[in-house]
Design a protein around this ligand. Sequence first.
Ligand SMILES: Nc1ncnc2c1ncn2[C@@H]1O[C@H](COP(=O)(O)OP(=O)(O)OP(=O)(O)O)[C@@H](O)[C@H]1O
Length: 338
Amino acid sequence: MTDKLPLIADGVSRAYGTKGVVNKASLTLRPGEITALLGMSGAGKSTLLRLMAGLEPVNEGEIRLGDDVLSSVSGQVPAEDRNIGLIFQDFALFPHLNAIDNVGFGLAGTPKTERRRIALEWLNKLGLSHRANAFPHQLSGGEQQRVSIARALAAKPVAILMDEPFSGLDVTLRSDVRRIALEAVAASGIPALLVSHDASEAMRDADRVAVMKDGVILQEGTPEELYLHPNSLAVARALGPLQSVRREDMPESWRSQLPEADTYHLRPEAIQIDPQASASFRVQASKRASTLIELDLIDESGGTFRAVSIGPQRPLPGDMVKATLSPEFAFILPSDAE
Ligand SMILES: Nc1ncnc2c1ncn2[C@@H]1O[C@H](COP(=O)(O)OP(=O)(O)OP(=O)(O)O)[C@@H](O)[C@H]1O
């Protein structure tokens, strides 16, 4: 077995005319890990993927596979010579080939029977061996995306780069397709990039998450590191909802648990209903959001807070409840320079 190598973006930039789209971005995709690249529309995620794939030249910096330079300002290895698997939102299968021949397509040079055996093995890994003879138009979106991932992995790529691969799929199908597809990607042991704008999917699916904004990678780390220790308000917001609460509006029992600051940025789970707590509130509104109950609370001095409860009873507007603060979910962050 050949050693798998990291795919590295080292200080890469890309501009279109005067518009800088990727700005000195550095990101290392490690073998055997899925890295999610998360950011809002226009952040530069797809452009960074295209730089790593060799579909665009860099204006600055390098793309490397291990120590081998694939892109630099002095030239680049063409995309077709990099052996990097690419998966996009549209499945891009050959319409005139059935599933098994689509998967076998990347195995040119392998004898036909061997090619079919390998292709069937990959279809099997993606739970699709029973669809081997179906043509793309006979397959569902989720099945087509699994065929395209089988096709990419069958070619034994050095890395796989996926741009919103599941966002075109029906929500009900998506979680199963994602699980099967990403398990196969992880098992292949190659570096993998998953571009996403959905924070909860990115955290669930990836070993590491990088947050990009305005062409800059703001922070990279495990999902827990980024969720619990964001380095900026932009990263905290990218990973999930926040409420901002001023220290002076908090009950004294909460203030005493927190280091001094004017304002705290709280995850929804920071404030939880707890009958043993000392701080009391009146419920202003409550609703059940599947696993959690979300509550709007007000205290006697008029401070308002968003809290959660794991139930089972839903407190109703007008009820009195007690709530605790968990300091691990309260962040002190400088406001962003917008
Ligand atoms: N070929 C191009 N020519 C000019 N501008 C471009 C080109 N490609 C991308 N851009 C611009 O670069 C910016 C970043 O685009 P990019 O597709 O990388 O963002 P993204 O984070 O992937 O966004 P989305 O989630 O919407 O796909 C956008 O403002 C886009 O309009």
